[in-house]
Write a protein that binds this ligand. Sequence first.
Ligand SMILES: [Zn+2]
Length: 196
Amino acid sequence: MEALMSAQFNTLVLNDKLFPVGIIAWQQAVQMCLDGGARRIQAYPGRFVRSARLDVPWPSVILDPSRTVRLGLTANRRNVIARDRFACQYCGVEPRNGVGHPNTDLLTIDHVVPRCQAEYGYVESWYDGVCVPVSSWENLVAACEPCNLRKAGRTPEEAGMPLLSVPTSPGIFTSIRILVSRVKAMPATWEPYLEL
Ligand SMILES: [Zn+2]
């Protein structure tokens, strides 16, 4: 299949309740529609995916009825920083690049209760005492490098560095905000499905 446009034209995936469940590469979306597992419900206006065998509208939104589970985003670096709105959770600084976009290179991931205090991979949550995996949503926050260095192997209490917000596993609204933050500009055809 010939790529006529750049990979920025991603595809929003909805479940059978028209609820957003993910953002995937358009190539994958085309394939899912060809396989019959998904159905195209919106296309990028005036854009087509063309090859020797194929000439179809470029999918911007597809419906995948097999996606019945809710969004379960991984607590990786990119997602944690997006959940924390690209801001250090200790001092609030929001590093920007030359054109005003968030500069994630200047943010690190901090283990709230440090790894050196974990037992069998678990820590006691710093605010409610519940046991959570050391690298879970509840124990990871975005931190600027100076704050991370200053805090070192200590809890916020031990370091005298209170957190600006309680880190939690993202609910559906936050998950969608995290997903949308991956695309530079949100396609107009997605908007009706993301107004929650
Ligand atoms: Zn900071």
